[in-house]
Design a protein around this ligand. Structure first.
Ligand code: PXL
Length: 274
């Protein structure tokens, strides 16, 4: 048994019953890394929005009372990790949450879930995209994919990027506040790269691309980054661990013939994550 105090993270994200994303990924993954995962639901969905149809219940109106009860309990968190947000007002609620629950030591790990493949998700309005930029100012670590990095910096999206262009993109994000940035899912031919930047020091982490991108992999990635961050694992080590684990999950899902929309069968390999 380790003698350190167990850490806890507030995960502000949606609960999608089917499709393995957001809270259904964060809970097992963060728990596996020995961190207590405390969800604040932003919306309840029958399944994620990548399917043809879904039930979507926006939780905005309930959130203030939910959060107020945590305040009565005097809770503080080592990490605050906002992901998928269901309405523009939720972004204000998240800002308020950070102000109320953070301490000097609290790390804010923001996964600015807004879109993929150059397009915002169906539920992400223009207003939400623009308010999300404000949240970046509160973050210590951000984990956007290329689409999200473009939205946050008002940069037109394209398929192919030169290293210098990605560097500039990250530079603009860094000006908004975060000290640690990882831009995920940069396609480079048969490779997929993550760009890692920590206090101005940067590098590209490349690995052979397996299969296509799948729903929930961003949540898997950010959950590992968040749990490791509060456990003070070196950022570059953590990014490498997260990318290798995501890759392993994708390969397992291909081997098991799991449809792309059903996310990744992380359950099969979760025991190897440490
Ligand atoms: O994995 C990102 C995500 C989270 N939550 C919901 C989604 C998606 C991506 O499609 O639809 C509801």
């Amino acid at each position: 048994m380790t003698s350190h105090r167990q850490k806890k993270i507030a995960v502000i994200n949606d609960m999608s019953g089917f499709g393995r994303c957001s809270i259904t990924v964060s809970l097992p993954v963060i728990s596996r890394l020995k961190v207590q995962c405390c969800p604040v639901p932003t919306a309840i969905l029958s399944n994620h929005t990548g399917y043809d149809r879904y039930f979507f219940d926006d939780y905005t109106e309930k959130m203030p009372e939910y959060i107020r009860n945590w305040e009565y309990l005097g809770l503080k968190f080592d990490g605050i990790y906002p992901g998928f947000l269901g309405s523009a007002r939720q972004i204000d609620i998240v800002e308020d949450f950070i102000r109320r629950f953070r301490t000097e030591q609290t790390l804010v790990i923001l996964d600015p879930v807004m879109g993929d493949h150059g397009k915002p998700y169906a539920t992400c309005t223009k207003e939400m995209c623009s308010r999300m930029k404000r949240l970046v100012g509160y973050a210590d670590i951000i984990t956007p994919n290329v689409t999200e990095a473009c939205i946050l910096t008002d940069t037109p999206y394209k398929e192919h990027w030169k290293k210098e262009e990605i560097r500039r993109l990250a530079g603009k994000l860094g000006e908004q506040g975060p000290q640690k940035i990882v831009i995920t899912g940069i396609v480079q031919g048969n490779y997929i790269a993550n760009y890692v930047c920590e206090n101005g020091e940067d590098h590209f982490l490349r690995s052979v691309r397996v299969g296509t991108q799948r729903c929930g992999t961003g949540d898997l990635f950010a959950s590992i980054i968040a749990a490791d961050a509060v456990n003070h694992v070196d950022f570059a080590v953590s990014v490498k661990k997260a990318s290798n684990f995501v890759k392993r999950c994708i390969q397992t899902s291909i081997d098991m013939d799991i449809p792309v929309t059903d996310g990744v069968a992380f359950e099969e390999v979760l025991e190897y994550l440490r």
